[in-house]
Ligand binder design. Structure first.
Ligand SMILES: Cc1cc2nc3c(=O)[nH]c(=O)nc-3n(C[C@H](O)[C@H](O)[C@H](O)COP(=O)(O)OP(=O)(O)OC[C@H]3O[C@@H](n4cnc5c(N)ncnc54)[C@H](O)[C@@H]3O)c2cc1C
Length: 379
């Protein structure tokens, strides 16, 4: 196979102690009660929790100290997010800012942008959303039509974004916009950091089929942002977004979204599970372990400064298949009614409704498979 190699996951420092410290912290600080918030927990908004997590040093871990970060190794951060997801912690408020906007600002942003935004991100107080998708540009991102024209006063933005997770509670949007008049496809695109309280921005909710308000439509009507809102190089938006997607696709969130259900299944099965349930638990554990090795290897490649697009896409594709299948496999085997009120039934209901979207967010299955096929020289 072309360009596909597994890397050893070798974080510095005492990882066992890091895990133990975080578990003790979670035992005291993780909100109890709402069991459904533990399913798909990286979509669960809880500003108090994010703030407390930031104060404890578990947000912005890889950012430099001079910007309020922890100067920790990316693989130490990996261990921390793995623990948070496995515990079903409500990390949705700061998730996007911590995972990709912060690192992208550090890599491509100006010094002014770093000083302005990174400390708030590291505190778990400044939230960001991703302005990529548009009605005519989802899988085909090169179809972006939202324009930003440079004027004497700054950039004037017109257009629309859609499916923007968390725009209604975010402070900033990192948007992909067309800055060069008459440009086509992936040329002429740039990234702008837009403060969402700028006049001319309208954020309208889209309610999903579970009845939740996670994503939005965002309209830009002659919105004026300063020249300094440009991130990185003008016209290099495509290259920068591709780097961002590598961070977005390979983390443990791509196979741990349904983890709370796995834990509830084990709890409900008790010490003497029926043979069919014991078999399912064993199968799920083995599959999850394999995905974990793949994801950790990809994280090691990213930490080494490489751009493992194929590996990240494989993690996303196989991870999504696993986390989407889990609720259906559990449903097929446990005796659980739609109206039951125990934890297993509540989690199962929530995930049967939410899981179809897992293979859409971050790039659809067909498109991800296309990237893998191209990367492996198969098309
Ligand atoms: C829960 C959730 C959260 C999201 N959050 C965000 C967000 O925060 N910010 C953001 O910008 N976007 C977000 N999205 C949008 C998501 O990234 C897009 O939905 C996704 O990229 C698909 O785009 P689309 O919906 O326009 O579908 P389309 O691109 O219209 O695709 C429709 C179908 O056609 C298939 N298809 C399209 N092109 C090809 C091709 N070349 N080859 C084969 N098949 C193809 C697709 O796989 C899909 O099945 C989110 C989506 C979900 C579900």
């Amino acid at each position: 196979m072309q360009g596909f190699a597994l890397y050893p996951f070798d974080p510095p420092g005492d990882i066992a102690a890091l895990r133990a410290d975080l578990r003790s912290w979670l035992a005291v600080n993780q909100p109890q009660g709402d069991v459904v918030a533990r399913a798909n927990c990286w979509a669960s908004f809880d500003a108090d929790f994010s703030h407390a997590l930031g104060a404890a040093g578990y947000v912005g871990m890889t950012l430099p100290k001079r910007y309020g970060g922890g100067d920790r190794h990316p693989l130490e951060r990996y261990v921390v997010i793995e623990e948070l997801l496995a515990a079903g912690a409500p990390v949705g408020a700061h998730w996007i800012a911590d995972r990709q906007t912060g690192p992208l600002i550090l890599r491509y942003g100006s010094e002014e942008q770093r000083q302005r935004y990174l400390p708030g991100i590291a505190k778990g107080e400044l939230y960001a959303c991703i302005g990529l998708s548009e009605p005519g540009a989802g899988s085909d991102l090169a179809g972006v039509r939202t324009t930003a024209r440079e004027t004497a006063e700054g950039w004037r933005i017109n257009g629309q974004k859609i499916w923007t997770t968390g725009a209604h509670f975010s402070h900033i949007m990192l948007a992909l916009v067309r800055t060069e008049e008459g440009s086509e496809r992936n040329a002429g695109l740039s990234q702008l950091l837009i403060d969402l309280d700028t006049p001319g921005i309208a954020i309208l909710p889209i309610i999903d089929m579970a009845g939740h308000h996670d994503f939005n439509e965002v309209f830009f009507d002659d919105v004026l942002v300063p020249h300094g809102a440009l991130v990185g190089e003008r016209g290099q938006g495509w290259k920068q977004v591709t780097a961002e997607l590598g961070l977005e696709r390979s983390g443990p969130e791509r196979y741990l979204s349904s983890h709370a259900l796995f834990v509830a299944l084990i709890d409900a099965a008790g010490p003497e599970p029926a043979p069919a349930i014991a078999t399912l638990i064993g199968e799920l554990a083995a599959e999850m372990w394999t995905l974990r090795q793949l994801s950790m290897s990809t994280a090691a490649k990213l930490a080494a400064g490489e751009d493992p697009m194929v590996e990240a896409s494989v993690v996303k594709e196989l991870g999504n298949a696993f986390e989407q299948d889990m609720p259906r496999r559990v449903q097929a085997i446990v005796d659980c009614g739609w109206g039951d009120e125990d934890d297993l039934a509540k989690l199962l209901r929530a995930l049967l409704i939410a899981s179809p979207s897992f293979s859409l967010r971050g790039g659809t299955r067909e498109v991800i498979r296309g990237i893998i096929a191209r990367g492996l020289g198969l098309r």
